[in-house]
Design a protein around this ligand. Structure first.
Ligand SMILES: Cc1cc2nc3c(=O)[nH]c(=O)nc-3n(C[C@H](O)[C@H](O)[C@H](O)COP(=O)(O)O)c2cc1C
Length: 356
């Protein structure tokens, strides 16, 4: 395909000559110029209904690519069924000092330790309100997290409450990010006891099953099996609306990668880790907890594997950097063909259907 050729032979080599963060800013700046246009209709068998909302297809943009909600029209034009914007913090903050983003092309991977650079909830909220007013069809999840040094019990709960109050009404679903490896102290909140304490504090406006938006928690792929079991139990007791499985990994050698700097590893190496976590969460929750699968998705087969393992929706980030703007359309065509091959009338019929 011409576009694919142009991206791999021309655009990517140019972008990859630039510092990774500069390339990201440049790309996002260009994508932000995209104007509203009709999304191409997806075949009905790719539609998914979750949380009383219809997603035109199950492929979403993962959090971190568009932290400040700058390019939603472009995500719609590229064919995504939804985009998870953020992580958004209450107040604007710059994130960690640079360098803080690296490419590992031999692994089709990235390492980042951005540390939640964010324009803050007011600006992001204003942008999303404009998108809503203009009638964007794309489903919008909003991923939220605390400002730096706000991971103590009181301050974390305060930050999350503020974020849910400000952004919840604008979101199709909200994801609480408890799994970034780049905000000191954050991942400790995945411990069920602490997760419970937190849930009690934020129960009022964002209450799972209450008036607020559907509320999911994004977990780390580095949880050991016992912790994972406990997290799933806690998520069910707390009546969370879902889990996003999973964030970037702090592992290296176990995933066949040697890279010295600390930070979160994303991309192809996560395929060794995350699909089996999705399968475990699906089994442990007896299919009752909606799962968004994310980590290393780069093809229709990968998306299908996540769905068969138990994911209702699938997201990607790193593969878009390596494969460019035609990726989502290709994944959807491949996924539709795989569903047809195996006799599934819809994505929902394939969820949790075992290995393909
Ligand atoms: C540069 C970069 C920044 C990210 N920032 C965030 C973030 O702000 N919040 C979040 O929940 N996940 C963030 N992620 C994690 C992704 O959402 C996703 O969980 C992870 O990259 C695995 O998916 P992938 O292999 O398709 O990239 C980030 C990932 C990358 C590569």
């Amino acid at each position: 395909m011409a576009e694919e050729f142009i991206y791999s032979k021309l655009v990517r080599p140019l972008l990859f000559r630039l510092d990774p963060e500069l390339a990201h800013r440049l790309t996002l700046g260009l994508l932000a110029l995209a104007r509203p246009q009709e999304a191409r209709p997806d075949p009905p068998e790719l539609g998914v209904t979750l949380w009383n909302r219809r997603f035109a297809n199950p492929i979403g943009l993962a959090a971190g690519m568009d932290k400040d909600a700058r390019a939603a029209w472009a995500w719609q034009a590229l064919g995504f069924g939804f985009a998870e914007l953020g992580t958004v913090t209450p107040r604007p903050q710059p994130g960690n000092p640079r360098p803080r983003l690296w490419r590992l092309p031999e692994h089709q991977a990235l390492v980042n330790r951005l540390g939640f650079p964010s324009a803050g909830m007011e600006r992001v909220g204003r942008r999303i309100r404009l998108l809503r007013r203009a009638g964007i069809g794309l489903r919008l999840g909003i991923n939220i997290g605390p400002n730096l040094e706000r991971t103590g019990e009181e301050s974390l709960a305060e930050d999350l409450l503020e974020l849910i109050a400000a952004l919840g009404p604008l979101a199709d679903f909200v994801v609480i990010n408890l799994s970034s490896p780049n905000t000191p102290g954050l991942r400790a909140w995945q411990a069920p006891k602490r997760m419970r304490a937190l849930a009690e504090k934020i129960a009022a406006p964002g209450k799972p099953g209450g008036d607020g938006p559907p509320l999911a928690v994004k977990i780390s792929p580095d949880l050991d099996p016992e912790s994972l079991r406990e997290v799933v139990r806690a998520a069910r007791e707390l009546k969370l609306d879902g889990l996003v499985v999973a964030n970037t990994s702090a592992q290296r050698e176990t995933l066949g990668v040697s890279f010295p700097a600390p930070g979160g590893l994303s991309g192809a190496p996560l395929r060794r880790l995350t699909p089996s976590l999705v399968a475990q969460v699906f089994r442990l929750s007896e299919g009752a907890l909606p799962i968004i699968g994310v980590g290393g998705v780069a093809s229709g087969q990968d998306a299908y594997d996540y769905i068969r393992a138990g994911a209702r929706l699938v997201e990607l980030y790193t593969a878009l950097v390596y494969q460019g703007p035609t990726l989502v359309r290709r994944i959807k065509a491949e996924l539709a063909a795989l569903l047809r091959r195996d006799g599934f009338a819809s994505v929902a019929d394939a969820v949790g259907g075992g290995a393909s």
